[in-house]
Design a protein. Structure first.
Length: 313
């Protein structure tokens, strides 16, 4: 089988050929997780482990036993890895994503709950914590997710969720990478940390005239403000990037997810949208599959109770 760190299945037929049984999936995971050879999670030594009849790997130095799935989203799973891999392939090969009902139907899960849990575990692996920050010219704004609230205008809300949006702007208003995060409110304490974490210092940050962004120039950013009421131009013309991304995000939520998103899970739907948007120009679905599996073995386990419990805010 080809090396996992340099190759990946390009078609469904190749996928089926590569991963015909559990041993193929385990071998692939080992090559992805330990590109430089098995590394003991206990003592850190690198070398060929002893393999037990139960499939465990024993460190030759400290005799610590582990498995390739330990400490990953596959930790202690009862679902065959081949099913997990099939789910990852299906998730990454759907242009607009999928929902739990679709995953249940395609893979034959007995319950909707099982399909939902698998999908959410993959969503938690879609964003790397060490990813690069945006740079160059970046638009920043907020959008609101939820139904209409009668009698409220502007930034006033009651039940909607607030999502901070940052978008790299390229030549000719082409869109680069995006970053999204649910924030508690539109205060400086919520919006400034979002910008600092998502955007590289020295970048041009373009916002509207909202006062919560006023300290950006003191933090090493080149702050451009557009007071929309003074320009007379529609918001989508003055700041096209954030408005396009926000519009597409809401369309995706209403279309693929049928609008059924609770605030406690919104963070991870935003992660999935970010994963898809930032890889929208990829010509290889196999590469998307590989990246998702690669990030899955670097993501800590998430028990079902923690998934149901809620998001990051």
């Amino acid at each position: 089988m080809p090396e996992a760190d340099v190759d990946y299945p390009g078609t469904w037929n190749q996928f089926m050929d590569w991963f015909s049984d559990e041993s193929d999936c385990i071998a692939y995971l080992e090559k992805i997780r330990w590109k430089n050879g098995f590394t003991c999670p206990s003592c850190g030594s690198i070398g060929n482990p002893y393999r037990t009849t139960r499939g465990r790997l024993t460190c030759p130095t400290c005799e610590h036993q582990t498995t390739v799935t330990a400490g990953t989203i596959f930790h202690r799973t009862r679902t065959p890895l081949r099913t997990w891999f099939s789910a990852a392939w299906y998730i990454t090969n759907q242009k607009h994503g999928t929902n739990a009902l679709g995953l249940q139907r395609i893979l034959g899960f007995k319950s909707y709950q099982t399909a939902w849990a698998h999908l959410h575990k993959f969503r938690r692996a879609m964003v790397r914590p060490d990813r690069e920050r945006l740079k160059g010219h970046v638009e920043v704004d907020e959008t609101y997710i939820g139904g209409r609230e009668e009698g409220l205008i502007g930034r006033k809300i009651e039940k909607k969720s607030i999502v901070a949006v940052a978008v790299e702007m390229k030549v000719g208003n082409a869109l680069g990478r995006v970053r999204l995060r649910r924030v508690l409110d539109i205060s400086e304490d919520s919006l400034i940390p979002f910008v600092c974490e998502m955007v590289e210092r020295g970048s041009i940050v373009h916002t509207d005239g909202w006062s919560s962004y006023s300290s950006l120039s003191k933090l090493g950013y080149k702050h451009e403000r557009t007071i929309l009421s003074a320009t007379g131009d529609p918001a989508h013309e003055s700041m096209p990037g954030v408005h396009i991304v926000s519009s597409l995000l809401k369309r995706w939520i209403l279309g693929t997810l049928h609008g059924s998103i609770g605030p406690q899970q919104l963070d991870y739907y935003l992660d999935e949208y970010t994963f898809r948007f930032n890889r929208r120009t990829s010509r290889s679905m196999g590469m998307l599959f590989y990246r998702l599996i690669e990030q899955a073995v670097s993501t800590a386990p998430n028990p079902y109770k923690s998934i149901v419990g809620g998001g990051k805010c």
